[in-house]
Ligand binder design. Structure first.
Ligand SMILES: *Cc1c(COP(=O)(O)O)cnc(C)c1O
Length: 419
């Protein structure tokens, strides 16, 4: 099995040394549960793979999950941060990252946000020429890098490919050199170059193509008189979500990508921005079976997590492997759709999964739920945001309380005249 597998003890799933039923009993469901050891291991895997060849910084793309405890663990590991909003920048500062460990990459950034980000002192990775002109006014002399459009795209679906020609992201390839020169004229200090081709790609080739485009641009920029200190290849390293899916060879990616820069350029420092790879398989979503329904042509396992809790299946048609943690390893006897409590037919976690016959209260485990899981959850149907739990060394700790229903009213106002 190429996705992460778990032990079974007395028919119960063991996650990071704990029975998933005990976690569900203590913290309630739905809840996201993260294995701290696995999180650290994933970070170290990427760092080790690349630092073997080049000076390396791994910037965790925190939009995958911005829980302060998770950020703190990565800060302890020595990670940097890829932040895409002022909210993420401030959250990472709060978690203990110093500004020089954070790089901000926005798209269609408002002047107000640009000013706020500039004030924090983090490195700004510019996405457009107009953003550059405004930053030159706001913060003369600021060090910057540019996100360029590599015209190479990769990802698990249409909606998450970002590097293709015509994408809304980055400086168009044929305008890159003149943009660097213009930045210098405006008094900015261009020190790096960045691209991000998309999310969840499972092949090495697009990353090599991306590296070749970046290498060519680095050399053109250098010929124009500007030498760069780093190249940032973005994130997008995919992980297997299906049992039989192969893992991408990180060692091969590291060796081939760094080779492109070492052979062809003078840049000796590489930055990567993995989000998914670092947190995805460190976390599962625990949800309870609330009902079992035979709809004639289909059977349903009703659960207490819907697309308000995990939107990826509904939004991207993403596949998440699902098991019954209360009957783990038991004979699978029928095919079920696993669906949540949201009043829409698109609310499901999985289709046609062969599972043991469940009963109300069973803990259903959704695998690979760490990336773009909690961070994309919502209050739809006025359901509170769920709890997050961290497991370390067989002990579980709460890292986010389940929201209270009243908290959903706290910013709402009934005008006086309606009272
Ligand atoms: C989302 C994003 C990433 C991370 O993508 P993953 O697929 O989670 O690795 C990296 N860099 C930028 C600029 C992003 O927007």
């Amino acid at each position: 099995m190429a996705i992460r597998d778990y032990e079974s003890k007395d028919g119960k799933m063991i996650f990071a040394g704990m029975n998933v039923e005990d976690i569900a009993n203590e913290f309630g469901t739905p809840c996201y549960v993260t294995d701290e050891a696995r999180l650290r291991e994933n970070y170290r895997n990427v760092y080790k793979a690349f630092s073997k060849y080049m000076e390396t910084e791994v910037h965790y793309a925190c939009k995958a999950n911005t829980n302060l405890a998770i950020l703190r663990i990565l800060q302890q590991e020595g990670a940097g941060i890829d932040a895409v909003s002022i909210g993420e920048v401030l959250t990472c500062l709060k978690a203990g990252f110093s500004p020089d460990k954070i790089m901000y990459t926005g798209v269609f950034v408002s002047t107000e946000e640009l000013k706020q980000v500039a004030e924090t002192g983090v490195l700004i990775n510019l996405d457009s020429e107009y953003e550059m002109e405004r930053l030159a006014q706001i913060k003369p002399g600021a060090p910057v890098s540019f996100r360029i459009t590599p015209e190479v795209g990769s990802g698990h679906g249409e909606k998450v490919i970002t590097g293709n020609k015509g994408a809304k992201f980055g400086i168009p390839r044929d305008r890159v050199v003149e943009t660097y020169l213009r930045a210098q004229d405006l008094g900015l200090n261009p020190i790096g170059i960045h691209a991000h081709i998309g999310s969840g790609g499972q092949r090495v080739e697009p990353f090599i193509e991306e590296a070749e485009v970046l290498a060519e641009l680095i050399n053109q920029i250098e010929e124009a008189g500007i030498s760069l200190q780093f190249v940032d290849i973005g994130g997008g390293i995919g992980v297997p979500y299906k049992p039989n899916e192969e893992e991408m060879d990180l060692g091969e990616m590291a060796s081939e990508v760094t080779d492109v820069f070492e052979q062809n350029t003078n840049v000796r420092k590489i930055i990567l921005e993995p989000g998914r790879y670092i947190i995805c398989d460190a976390t599962v979503l625990l949800t309870r079976c609330t009902d079992v329904k035979d709809a004639g042509i289909k059977k349903y396992i009703g659960v207490d997590a819907g697309f308000n809790t995990l939107i990826r299946p509904a939004m991207y048609d993403s596949y998440h492997y699902i098991q019954n943690g209360s009957r783990f390893g038991k004979a699978c006897t029928a095919k079920y759709d696993i669906a949540g409590p949201i009043c829409e037919s698109g609310d499901y976690l999985g289709h046609e999964r062969v599972l043991p016959e469940p009963a109300e209260g069973d803990v259903i485990v959704v695998y690979n739920a760490g990336a773009y899981g909690f961070s994309m959850s919502s209050n739809y149907n006025s359901r509170p945001l769920c709890a997050e739990v961290l497991v370390n060394d067989g002990k579980a700790e709460l890292i986010r309380e389940k929201e209270k229903i009243e908290e959903q009213w706290r910013h709402q106002i009934i005008p006086e005249r309606l009272q």
